[in-house]
Design a protein around this ligand. Structure first.
Ligand code: NAP
Length: 319
């Protein structure tokens, strides 16, 4: 991009997502400067060592001073308090956004603290890995991934467009959606799969006294993928389930009904029911591949972006 879209980007929280934004925004020349902060001195030190920001500051208040784009990249449960803390220090006209995996709660908990003279446009990049921290990020994380914007009612369309341009320039496909709808969709596509992974790995672990060696030895199949997803950050996922309680419970109810139906088919030896079920799910997988949402494509060439690095290893825990 010839002209940066923003003058100063403030990043609050520099883990996997925050550091990927820093790297991608730099690589694509989207901002003139980056000011970053993180909760712990250890992370701030690491961010400085990695050179991810022009300035690393100690407080959230100092980070947002003079920034025209503020992105809060911390677990969703902490975003409300941070909004309250930064509110008096925000520059008039600034865009305030986040990257949280749940959006309804972000709007409810951040929105009321923010002054009327800033623009609040929450966002969720549906891209990630099971790794955390500033070392885990990479500039290509968002390429060909969705970024869902959930502007509250009355948001300025020009501002939404500018934030969409920012994400688009980092390689994301941007979509705008109502926050509650986002939470329902993500409950089935991301939150429930993570819950299943956490559950199955835990169930296997409970069997360890009898089968530990077998569980480890034969984990080359589907189970190994579950263990990778179940390695995702516990704080982040605790917050996601607490924040998206209603939608997850709704999807879990439906899931349990489906499990009950399959259980019945197995118990009755109803091969037709099992075959029909598996045939339908196979078609869904085919559809996902056809629309290009199959996973191992980080770093895949993007039509509008210069290719900066070799593709990353396959990793997918998209949230
Ligand atoms: P991460 O790598 O664990 O980094 C989290 C960052 O937040 C760190 O800088 C951490 O600071 C800071 N932090 C943690 N708890 C905090 C608190 N209570 N108050 C202030 N700062 C706090 O996490 P991440 O994967 O980047 O996730 C950040 C956000 O992105 C979450 O809201 C998550 O829902 C969303 N998201 C994640 C993914 C994914 O796959 N990981 C994908 C899409 C969206 P310290 O290091 O100093 O503790």
């Amino acid at each position: 991009m010839s002209q940066p879209l923003f003058n100063r980007l403030a990043l609050i929280g520099v883990g996997l997502i925050g550091s990927s934004i820093a790297r991608a925004a730099r690589a694509q020349n989207l901002v003139r400067s980056i000011t970053a902060t993180a909760r712990s001195p250890a992370t701030r030190k690491r961010v400085a060592e990695l050179g991810l920001a022009d300035q690393v500051v100690e407080t959230n208040a100092a980070a947002v001073e003079g920034a025209d784009l503020v992105i809060v990249c911390i677990p969703v449960g902490a975003c409300g308090d941070v909004a309250k803390e930064i509110a008096p220090h925000l520059a008039p006209g600034a865009i305030v956004s986040d990257v949280g995996s749940v959006k309804g709660m972000i709007i409810r908990e951040m929105g009321p603290h923010l002054p009327a003279n800033v623009h609040f446009v929450p966002a969720h990049p549906v891209a990630g890995t099971e790794f955390s921290g500033p070392d885990a990020g990479f500039a290509e994380l968002f390429i060909n991934r969705w970024c869902i914007l959930t502007p509250p009612q009355g948001a300025d369309p020009a501002v939404v467009e500018k934030l969409a341009a920012f994400w688009g320039a980092m390689g994301a496909n941007v979509e705008t959606m109502d926050a509650d709808h986002h939470d329902l969709v993500l409950a089935i596509t991301s939150h429930l799969p993570h819950l299943i992974a956490y559950t199955i790995v835990h169930t296997a672990d409970e069997l360890q006294s009898v089968t530990r060696s077998e569980v480890l030895k034969f984990s080359a199949g589907g189970f190994r993928d579950f263990t990778r997803i179940a390695a995702s950050d516990p704080t982040m996922w605790r917050d996601v389930f607490l924040a998206n309680k209603e939608a997850v419970l709704e999807m879990l109810g439906r899931f349990n009904e489906d499990v009950a139906a399959l259980t019945k088919a197995i118990r009755r030896g109803d091969g037709d029911a099992l075959f029909e079920h598996f045939t339908r799910t196979r078609a869904i997988r085919k559809g996902i591949v056809e629309i290009g949402q199959d996973v191992p494509d980080f770093g895949r060439p993007h039509p509008q972006l210069p290719q900066t690095k070799m593709p990353r290893p396959y990793a997918a825990s998209e949230d």
